[in-house]
Design a protein around this ligand. Structure first.
Ligand code: DLL
Length: 433
Protein backbone atom coordinates (compact mmCIF):
# COMPACT_ATOMS: atom_id res chain seq x y z
CA UNK A 1 0.00 0.00 0.00
CA UNK A 2 1.32 3.44 -0.93
CA UNK A 3 0.30 6.78 0.55
CA UNK A 4 0.72 10.09 -1.24
CA UNK A 5 1.67 11.93 1.94
CA UNK A 6 4.23 14.76 1.87
CA UNK A 7 5.17 15.25 5.52
CA UNK A 8 8.20 17.40 4.68
CA UNK A 9 5.73 20.02 3.36
CA UNK A 10 2.51 19.21 5.18
CA UNK A 11 4.07 19.07 8.64
CA UNK A 12 6.83 21.64 8.07
CA UNK A 13 7.56 23.85 11.08
CA UNK A 14 6.07 27.35 10.83
CA UNK A 15 9.48 29.05 10.40
CA UNK A 16 10.25 26.80 7.45
CA UNK A 17 6.89 27.63 5.84
CA UNK A 18 7.44 31.36 6.35
CA UNK A 19 10.82 31.04 4.65
CA UNK A 20 9.32 29.17 1.70
CA UNK A 21 6.35 31.53 1.36
CA UNK A 22 8.59 34.60 1.49
CA UNK A 23 10.87 33.25 -1.19
CA UNK A 24 7.92 32.36 -3.41
CA UNK A 25 6.07 35.63 -2.78
CA UNK A 26 9.05 37.76 -3.81
CA UNK A 27 9.42 35.68 -6.97
CA UNK A 28 5.70 35.75 -7.76
CA UNK A 29 5.42 39.54 -7.38
CA UNK A 30 8.34 39.98 -9.80
CA UNK A 31 6.70 37.54 -12.23
CA UNK A 32 3.39 39.41 -12.12
CA UNK A 33 5.12 42.80 -12.48
CA UNK A 34 6.95 41.55 -15.57
CA UNK A 35 4.14 39.57 -17.19
CA UNK A 36 0.75 41.00 -16.13
CA UNK A 37 0.46 44.68 -17.15
CA UNK A 38 -3.01 44.89 -15.54
CA UNK A 39 -1.62 44.18 -12.06
CA UNK A 40 1.59 46.14 -12.67
CA UNK A 41 -0.58 49.21 -13.26
CA UNK A 42 -2.39 48.59 -9.97
CA UNK A 43 0.98 48.42 -8.19
CA UNK A 44 2.20 51.57 -9.94
CA UNK A 45 -0.98 53.39 -8.90
CA UNK A 46 0.03 52.64 -5.29
CA UNK A 47 3.61 53.73 -5.93
CA UNK A 48 4.94 50.18 -5.49
CA UNK A 49 7.64 48.22 -7.30
CA UNK A 50 8.69 44.58 -6.65
CA UNK A 51 11.55 45.91 -4.51
CA UNK A 52 9.00 46.97 -1.88
CA UNK A 53 8.04 43.34 -1.26
CA UNK A 54 10.69 41.61 0.84
CA UNK A 55 8.73 39.81 3.56
CA UNK A 56 5.28 38.36 4.27
CA UNK A 57 4.55 41.50 6.25
CA UNK A 58 4.91 43.54 3.04
CA UNK A 59 2.00 41.63 1.49
CA UNK A 60 -0.49 44.05 3.01
CA UNK A 61 0.96 46.89 0.92
CA UNK A 62 -0.16 45.18 -2.29
CA UNK A 63 -3.48 45.99 -4.00
CA UNK A 64 -6.39 43.55 -3.91
CA UNK A 65 -7.90 41.81 -6.90
CA UNK A 66 -11.64 41.19 -7.01
CA UNK A 67 -14.15 39.55 -9.28
CA UNK A 68 -14.67 42.99 -10.88
CA UNK A 69 -11.00 43.01 -11.93
CA UNK A 70 -11.41 39.54 -13.39
CA UNK A 71 -14.39 40.71 -15.40
CA UNK A 72 -12.58 43.83 -16.54
CA UNK A 73 -9.50 41.88 -17.59
CA UNK A 74 -11.55 39.10 -19.27
CA UNK A 75 -10.44 37.01 -21.04
CA UNK A 76 -6.64 37.37 -21.32
CA UNK A 77 -5.80 40.44 -19.18
CA UNK A 78 -4.53 38.52 -16.13
CA UNK A 79 -2.71 35.73 -17.94
CA UNK A 80 0.89 35.55 -16.76
CA UNK A 81 2.41 33.06 -19.21
CA UNK A 82 2.78 33.09 -22.99
CA UNK A 83 -0.21 31.34 -24.57
CA UNK A 84 2.11 28.76 -26.11
CA UNK A 85 2.84 27.60 -22.54
CA UNK A 86 -0.83 27.48 -21.48
CA UNK A 87 -2.45 24.10 -21.99
CA UNK A 88 -5.92 24.36 -20.42
CA UNK A 89 -8.67 26.65 -19.24
CA UNK A 90 -11.38 25.95 -16.67
CA UNK A 91 -14.33 28.19 -15.97
CA UNK A 92 -16.93 28.95 -13.31
CA UNK A 93 -20.56 28.13 -13.72
CA UNK A 94 -21.30 31.85 -13.05
CA UNK A 95 -24.94 32.56 -13.66
CA UNK A 96 -24.58 36.32 -13.50
CA UNK A 97 -22.15 38.50 -15.45
CA UNK A 98 -19.14 37.15 -17.30
CA UNK A 99 -17.78 33.75 -16.43
CA UNK A 100 -14.36 33.56 -14.83
CA UNK A 101 -11.89 31.86 -17.16
CA UNK A 102 -8.72 30.58 -15.50
CA UNK A 103 -5.60 29.42 -17.35
CA UNK A 104 -3.07 26.69 -16.57
CA UNK A 105 0.36 25.69 -17.73
CA UNK A 106 1.32 22.01 -17.56
CA UNK A 107 3.08 22.68 -14.29
CA UNK A 108 0.07 24.54 -12.86
CA UNK A 109 -2.07 21.48 -13.53
CA UNK A 110 0.52 19.24 -11.92
CA UNK A 111 0.57 21.35 -8.74
CA UNK A 112 -3.22 21.58 -8.64
CA UNK A 113 -3.55 17.80 -8.93
CA UNK A 114 -0.96 17.51 -6.19
CA UNK A 115 -3.23 19.53 -3.88
CA UNK A 116 -6.17 17.26 -4.74
CA UNK A 117 -4.02 14.19 -4.10
CA UNK A 118 -3.20 15.53 -0.63
CA UNK A 119 -6.95 15.89 0.02
CA UNK A 120 -7.68 12.30 -1.02
CA UNK A 121 -4.76 11.08 1.13
CA UNK A 122 -6.01 13.05 4.13
CA UNK A 123 -9.36 11.28 3.72
CA UNK A 124 -7.51 7.95 4.04
CA UNK A 125 -7.06 7.25 0.32
CA UNK A 126 -4.21 5.07 -0.96
CA UNK A 127 -3.35 3.29 -4.21
CA UNK A 128 -5.57 0.44 -3.03
CA UNK A 129 -8.71 2.55 -3.19
CA UNK A 130 -11.33 2.85 -5.88
CA UNK A 131 -12.31 6.48 -6.22
CA UNK A 132 -15.53 7.49 -7.96
CA UNK A 133 -15.47 11.10 -9.15
CA UNK A 134 -19.06 12.29 -9.45
CA UNK A 135 -18.32 16.00 -9.69
CA UNK A 136 -19.12 17.46 -13.10
CA UNK A 137 -16.34 17.19 -15.71
CA UNK A 138 -15.76 19.84 -18.34
CA UNK A 139 -15.38 23.54 -17.59
CA UNK A 140 -16.16 22.99 -13.89
CA UNK A 141 -12.99 22.25 -11.92
CA UNK A 142 -14.48 19.58 -9.63
CA UNK A 143 -14.25 16.58 -11.98
CA UNK A 144 -10.88 17.32 -13.63
CA UNK A 145 -9.21 18.32 -10.32
CA UNK A 146 -10.20 15.27 -8.32
CA UNK A 147 -9.67 13.00 -11.31
CA UNK A 148 -6.05 14.17 -11.51
CA UNK A 149 -5.61 13.90 -7.73
CA UNK A 150 -7.02 10.39 -7.73
CA UNK A 151 -4.53 9.33 -10.45
CA UNK A 152 -1.64 10.76 -8.43
CA UNK A 153 -2.69 8.80 -5.36
CA UNK A 154 -2.85 5.74 -7.57
CA UNK A 155 -6.53 5.01 -6.94
CA UNK A 156 -8.50 3.16 -9.56
CA UNK A 157 -10.50 6.15 -10.80
CA UNK A 158 -14.11 5.97 -11.99
CA UNK A 159 -14.87 9.20 -13.88
CA UNK A 160 -18.67 9.01 -13.77
CA UNK A 161 -19.16 12.79 -13.68
CA UNK A 162 -22.51 13.82 -12.17
CA UNK A 163 -25.96 12.57 -13.10
CA UNK A 164 -27.63 9.25 -13.80
CA UNK A 165 -27.87 8.50 -10.11
CA UNK A 166 -28.88 4.87 -10.34
CA UNK A 167 -25.86 4.18 -12.54
CA UNK A 168 -23.68 5.93 -9.93
CA UNK A 169 -24.95 3.49 -7.33
CA UNK A 170 -24.48 0.54 -9.67
CA UNK A 171 -20.81 1.48 -10.21
CA UNK A 172 -20.22 2.03 -6.50
CA UNK A 173 -21.49 -1.50 -5.85
CA UNK A 174 -20.16 -3.36 -8.91
CA UNK A 175 -16.68 -1.80 -8.89
CA UNK A 176 -16.45 -1.62 -5.07
CA UNK A 177 -15.83 2.11 -4.88
CA UNK A 178 -14.40 3.09 -1.50
CA UNK A 179 -14.18 6.87 -1.99
CA UNK A 180 -16.88 9.12 -3.45
CA UNK A 181 -16.18 12.68 -4.63
CA UNK A 182 -19.14 14.99 -5.38
CA UNK A 183 -21.03 17.99 -4.01
CA UNK A 184 -22.63 17.36 -0.60
CA UNK A 185 -26.09 17.95 -2.05
CA UNK A 186 -25.43 15.29 -4.68
CA UNK A 187 -24.13 12.90 -2.00
CA UNK A 188 -27.40 13.42 -0.11
CA UNK A 189 -29.33 12.71 -3.31
CA UNK A 190 -27.35 9.52 -3.94
CA UNK A 191 -28.21 8.48 -0.35
CA UNK A 192 -31.88 9.22 -0.91
CA UNK A 193 -31.94 7.23 -4.16
CA UNK A 194 -30.23 4.32 -2.41
CA UNK A 195 -32.96 4.27 0.22
CA UNK A 196 -35.59 4.21 -2.51
CA UNK A 197 -33.80 1.27 -4.07
CA UNK A 198 -33.99 -0.50 -0.70
CA UNK A 199 -30.24 -0.16 -0.06
CA UNK A 200 -28.58 0.79 3.21
CA UNK A 201 -25.02 1.72 4.20
CA UNK A 202 -24.05 -1.95 4.57
CA UNK A 203 -24.89 -2.61 0.93
CA UNK A 204 -22.13 -0.34 -0.39
CA UNK A 205 -18.35 -0.51 0.12
CA UNK A 206 -17.79 3.27 0.42
CA UNK A 207 -15.70 4.39 3.40
CA UNK A 208 -15.04 8.08 2.70
CA UNK A 209 -16.52 10.99 0.81
CA UNK A 210 -14.80 14.19 -0.35
CA UNK A 211 -17.50 16.79 -0.60
CA UNK A 212 -17.26 20.48 -1.38
CA UNK A 213 -17.93 23.28 -3.87
CA UNK A 214 -20.85 24.57 -1.81
CA UNK A 215 -21.67 25.42 1.79
CA UNK A 216 -22.92 22.51 3.90
CA UNK A 217 -23.65 22.30 7.59
CA UNK A 218 -22.41 19.90 10.29
CA UNK A 219 -25.96 18.55 10.48
CA UNK A 220 -25.83 17.70 6.79
CA UNK A 221 -22.47 15.99 7.32
CA UNK A 222 -24.00 13.84 10.05
CA UNK A 223 -26.92 12.84 7.82
CA UNK A 224 -24.71 11.94 4.84
CA UNK A 225 -22.31 9.97 7.05
CA UNK A 226 -25.20 7.95 8.48
CA UNK A 227 -26.94 7.31 5.17
CA UNK A 228 -23.83 6.26 3.26
CA UNK A 229 -21.95 4.73 6.21
CA UNK A 230 -18.83 6.81 5.54
CA UNK A 231 -16.68 9.57 6.96
CA UNK A 232 -17.44 12.77 5.04
CA UNK A 233 -14.57 15.21 4.45
CA UNK A 234 -14.90 18.80 3.32
CA UNK A 235 -12.83 20.20 0.46
CA UNK A 236 -12.61 23.81 -0.62
CA UNK A 237 -11.34 25.69 -3.62
CA UNK A 238 -12.22 28.07 -6.40
CA UNK A 239 -11.64 28.24 -10.11
CA UNK A 240 -9.68 31.48 -9.87
CA UNK A 241 -6.98 29.79 -7.76
CA UNK A 242 -6.98 26.37 -9.50
CA UNK A 243 -10.12 24.55 -8.32
CA UNK A 244 -10.71 22.03 -5.51
CA UNK A 245 -7.81 21.35 -3.15
CA UNK A 246 -6.93 24.86 -2.02
CA UNK A 247 -7.89 23.48 1.40
CA UNK A 248 -9.07 20.09 2.66
CA UNK A 249 -10.12 18.32 5.81
CA UNK A 250 -8.05 15.71 7.63
CA UNK A 251 -9.16 12.96 10.02
CA UNK A 252 -9.88 15.58 12.72
CA UNK A 253 -12.81 16.89 10.59
CA UNK A 254 -12.51 20.27 12.22
CA UNK A 255 -11.57 22.79 9.58
CA UNK A 256 -9.62 22.55 6.34
CA UNK A 257 -5.83 22.74 6.04
CA UNK A 258 -4.85 25.34 3.46
CA UNK A 259 -2.01 24.26 1.14
CA UNK A 260 0.26 27.01 2.40
CA UNK A 261 3.17 26.14 0.15
CA UNK A 262 0.94 27.26 -2.75
CA UNK A 263 -1.37 29.85 -1.19
CA UNK A 264 -1.05 32.60 1.40
CA UNK A 265 -4.33 33.18 3.22
CA UNK A 266 -5.39 36.42 4.89
CA UNK A 267 -8.65 37.40 6.58
CA UNK A 268 -9.82 40.96 6.04
CA UNK A 269 -12.71 43.10 7.16
CA UNK A 270 -14.80 43.15 3.97
CA UNK A 271 -15.77 46.78 4.49
CA UNK A 272 -12.57 48.47 5.71
CA UNK A 273 -10.26 45.96 3.93
CA UNK A 274 -8.09 45.89 7.04
CA UNK A 275 -6.24 42.62 7.77
CA UNK A 276 -7.72 40.93 10.85
CA UNK A 277 -5.81 38.93 13.47
CA UNK A 278 -6.03 35.14 13.58
CA UNK A 279 -9.29 33.88 15.04
CA UNK A 280 -11.44 36.73 13.77
CA UNK A 281 -14.14 36.15 11.22
CA UNK A 282 -13.86 37.96 7.91
CA UNK A 283 -13.37 37.63 4.17
CA UNK A 284 -10.79 35.16 2.95
CA UNK A 285 -8.12 36.60 0.63
CA UNK A 286 -5.63 34.40 -1.25
CA UNK A 287 -2.31 34.99 -2.96
CA UNK A 288 -1.25 32.18 -5.23
CA UNK A 289 2.47 31.55 -4.90
CA UNK A 290 3.16 28.98 -7.56
CA UNK A 291 0.67 29.47 -10.41
CA UNK A 292 2.30 30.85 -13.52
CA UNK A 293 -0.55 31.11 -16.05
CA UNK A 294 -3.05 32.83 -13.74
CA UNK A 295 -1.11 34.27 -10.82
CA UNK A 296 -3.58 36.11 -8.58
CA UNK A 297 -2.30 38.34 -5.79
CA UNK A 298 -4.56 39.19 -2.85
CA UNK A 299 -7.67 37.83 -4.50
CA UNK A 300 -10.85 38.58 -2.54
CA UNK A 301 -12.89 35.36 -2.43
CA UNK A 302 -16.02 36.84 -0.75
CA UNK A 303 -16.06 33.71 1.42
CA UNK A 304 -16.51 34.48 5.09
CA UNK A 305 -14.58 32.31 7.54
CA UNK A 306 -12.05 32.11 10.38
CA UNK A 307 -8.41 30.90 10.31
CA UNK A 308 -6.86 28.85 13.09
CA UNK A 309 -3.28 27.83 13.85
CA UNK A 310 -4.22 25.56 16.74
CA UNK A 311 -2.22 22.35 16.77
CA UNK A 312 -4.01 19.66 14.75
CA UNK A 313 -4.01 16.04 16.00
CA UNK A 314 -3.26 14.85 12.44
CA UNK A 315 0.21 16.43 12.62
CA UNK A 316 -0.24 18.78 9.66
CA UNK A 317 0.95 22.27 10.43
CA UNK A 318 -0.80 24.17 7.66
CA UNK A 319 -3.29 26.77 8.87
CA UNK A 320 -6.93 25.65 9.00
CA UNK A 321 -9.93 27.55 7.65
CA UNK A 322 -13.38 27.02 9.10
CA UNK A 323 -16.21 25.96 6.83
CA UNK A 324 -17.13 29.13 4.97
CA UNK A 325 -20.31 30.49 6.48
CA UNK A 326 -21.42 31.32 2.99
CA UNK A 327 -20.23 33.97 0.61
CA UNK A 328 -20.56 37.58 1.61
CA UNK A 329 -22.54 38.01 -1.59
CA UNK A 330 -24.78 35.05 -0.62
CA UNK A 331 -25.66 36.76 2.61
CA UNK A 332 -29.25 37.91 2.42
CA UNK A 333 -30.29 41.14 4.05
CA UNK A 334 -33.93 40.71 4.94
CA UNK A 335 -35.69 43.60 6.61
CA UNK A 336 -32.28 44.80 7.73
CA UNK A 337 -31.25 41.46 9.27
CA UNK A 338 -28.27 39.47 7.92
CA UNK A 339 -29.27 35.93 7.06
CA UNK A 340 -27.02 33.14 5.81
CA UNK A 341 -28.71 30.17 4.08
CA UNK A 342 -26.52 27.90 6.26
CA UNK A 343 -28.31 29.16 9.40
CA UNK A 344 -31.64 28.12 7.91
CA UNK A 345 -30.22 24.72 6.97
CA UNK A 346 -29.07 24.13 10.53
CA UNK A 347 -32.56 24.72 11.94
CA UNK A 348 -34.21 22.46 9.34
CA UNK A 349 -31.83 19.56 9.81
CA UNK A 350 -31.98 19.83 13.59
CA UNK A 351 -35.74 19.40 13.37
CA UNK A 352 -35.34 16.25 11.28
CA UNK A 353 -36.03 17.66 7.82
CA UNK A 354 -33.91 16.61 4.84
CA UNK A 355 -31.59 19.19 3.24
CA UNK A 356 -34.09 19.78 0.46
CA UNK A 357 -35.34 23.32 0.74
CA UNK A 358 -35.59 26.53 -1.19
CA UNK A 359 -35.46 30.05 0.14
CA UNK A 360 -37.55 32.55 -1.79
CA UNK A 361 -37.01 36.22 -1.06
CA UNK A 362 -39.23 38.92 -2.49
CA UNK A 363 -40.32 42.47 -1.82
CA UNK A 364 -44.03 43.15 -1.42
CA UNK A 365 -45.25 46.69 -0.69
CA UNK A 366 -41.65 47.79 0.05
CA UNK A 367 -41.21 45.06 2.66
CA UNK A 368 -38.91 42.04 2.25
CA UNK A 369 -40.56 38.66 2.49
CA UNK A 370 -38.83 35.39 3.35
CA UNK A 371 -40.62 32.24 2.23
CA UNK A 372 -38.99 28.89 2.92
CA UNK A 373 -40.24 25.79 1.17
CA UNK A 374 -39.21 22.69 3.04
CA UNK A 375 -39.64 19.14 1.95
CA UNK A 376 -41.08 16.61 4.39
CA UNK A 377 -39.61 13.14 4.68
CA UNK A 378 -41.93 10.32 3.53
CA UNK A 379 -42.44 9.46 7.24
CA UNK A 380 -43.64 13.00 8.01
CA UNK A 381 -45.92 13.23 5.01
CA UNK A 382 -49.61 13.23 6.02
CA UNK A 383 -52.94 14.68 4.95
CA UNK A 384 -53.69 15.68 8.53
CA UNK A 385 -53.65 19.48 8.19
CA UNK A 386 -53.52 20.01 11.94
CA UNK A 387 -50.30 18.01 12.17
CA UNK A 388 -48.75 19.94 9.29
CA UNK A 389 -49.74 23.29 10.80
CA UNK A 390 -48.16 22.27 14.12
CA UNK A 391 -44.94 21.28 12.36
CA UNK A 392 -44.84 24.57 10.46
CA UNK A 393 -45.32 26.49 13.68
CA UNK A 394 -42.40 24.71 15.36
CA UNK A 395 -40.19 25.47 12.37
CA UNK A 396 -41.18 29.15 12.29
CA UNK A 397 -40.29 29.38 15.99
CA UNK A 398 -36.93 27.64 15.51
CA UNK A 399 -36.10 29.98 12.63
CA UNK A 400 -37.15 33.03 14.61
CA UNK A 401 -34.81 32.19 17.44
CA UNK A 402 -31.90 31.50 15.01
CA UNK A 403 -32.43 34.44 12.65
CA UNK A 404 -34.27 37.00 14.73
CA UNK A 405 -37.02 37.38 12.16
CA UNK A 406 -40.23 35.70 11.11
CA UNK A 407 -40.25 33.60 7.97
CA UNK A 408 -43.16 32.01 6.19
CA UNK A 409 -42.68 28.24 6.08
CA UNK A 410 -44.44 25.99 3.61
CA UNK A 411 -44.05 22.25 4.02
CA UNK A 412 -44.13 20.47 0.69
CA UNK A 413 -44.44 16.82 -0.37
CA UNK A 414 -41.36 14.57 -0.52
CA UNK A 415 -39.37 14.88 -3.78
CA UNK A 416 -41.16 18.05 -4.90
CA UNK A 417 -38.04 20.24 -4.77
CA UNK A 418 -35.76 19.76 -7.75
CA UNK A 419 -32.58 17.81 -6.90
CA UNK A 420 -29.16 19.03 -7.88
CA UNK A 421 -26.40 16.95 -9.42
CA UNK A 422 -23.89 19.75 -8.89
CA UNK A 423 -24.18 22.83 -6.71
CA UNK A 424 -27.69 23.12 -5.23
CA UNK A 425 -29.74 26.25 -5.91
CA UNK A 426 -30.99 27.17 -2.45
CA UNK A 427 -31.94 30.80 -2.85
CA UNK A 428 -34.21 32.56 -5.30
CA UNK A 429 -34.01 36.27 -4.67
CA UNK A 430 -36.78 37.81 -6.72
CA UNK A 431 -35.73 41.30 -5.58
CA UNK A 432 -32.69 40.97 -7.87
CA UNK A 433 -34.52 39.47 -10.84
O1 DLL B 1 -16.47 25.04 -6.45
C1 DLL B 1 -14.19 24.31 -6.80
C2 DLL B 1 -14.47 23.07 -6.06
C3 DLL B 1 -14.83 21.92 -6.75
C4 DLL B 1 -14.30 23.02 -4.68
C5 DLL B 1 -15.05 20.73 -6.06
C6 DLL B 1 -14.50 21.84 -3.97
C7 DLL B 1 -14.88 20.71 -4.67
P1 DLL B 1 -16.06 27.50 -8.13
O2 DLL B 1 -17.15 26.92 -8.96
O3 DLL B 1 -15.20 28.55 -8.73
O4 DLL B 1 -15.06 26.39 -7.66
O5 DLL B 1 -16.73 28.05 -6.80
C8 DLL B 1 -15.95 28.56 -5.77
O6 DLL B 1 -17.58 27.79 -4.15
O7 DLL B 1 -15.63 30.71 -3.49
C9 DLL B 1 -17.03 29.10 -2.29
O8 DLL B 1 -17.97 30.15 -2.20
C10 DLL B 1 -17.73 27.85 -2.74
N1 DLL B 1 -17.10 26.67 -2.13
C11 DLL B 1 -16.16 25.87 -2.66
N2 DLL B 1 -15.86 24.87 -1.79
C12 DLL B 1 -16.63 25.08 -0.68
C13 DLL B 1 -16.79 24.41 0.55
C14 DLL B 1 -15.37 25.25 -6.94
N3 DLL B 1 -16.12 23.31 0.86
C15 DLL B 1 -16.82 28.92 -4.60
N4 DLL B 1 -17.66 24.94 1.45
C16 DLL B 1 -16.03 29.37 -3.40
C17 DLL B 1 -18.37 26.05 1.16
C18 DLL B 1 -17.41 26.23 -0.91
N5 DLL B 1 -18.27 26.71 0.01
Amino acid sequence: MERYYQPEIETAPREEMIRLQTERLVKQVKHVWDCVPYYRKKMEDKGLTPDDIKSLDDLKKLPFLSKTDLREAYPYGLVGAPLKDCVRIQSTSGTTGKRVVAFYTKEDIDLWEDCCARAITAAGGTNEDVCQVSYGYGLFTGGPGLNGGSHKVGCLTIPTSSGNTERQIMFIRDLSATILCCTPSYAAYIGETMKEMGLGPDDIPLKAGIFGAEAWSEEMRRDIQDTLGIKAYDIYGLTELSGPGVAFECSAQSGMHINEDHFIAEIIDPVTEEVLPEGQQGELVFTSLTKRAFPLIRYRTRDICVLSREKCPCGRTHVKMSKPRGRSDDMLIIRGVNVFPSQIETVLLNQGYPANYQIIVDRVNHTDTLDIQVEMTPEMFTDNMGEIAARQKTLVEGLRSMLGLTAKVTLVAPKSIVRSEGKAVRVIDKRKI
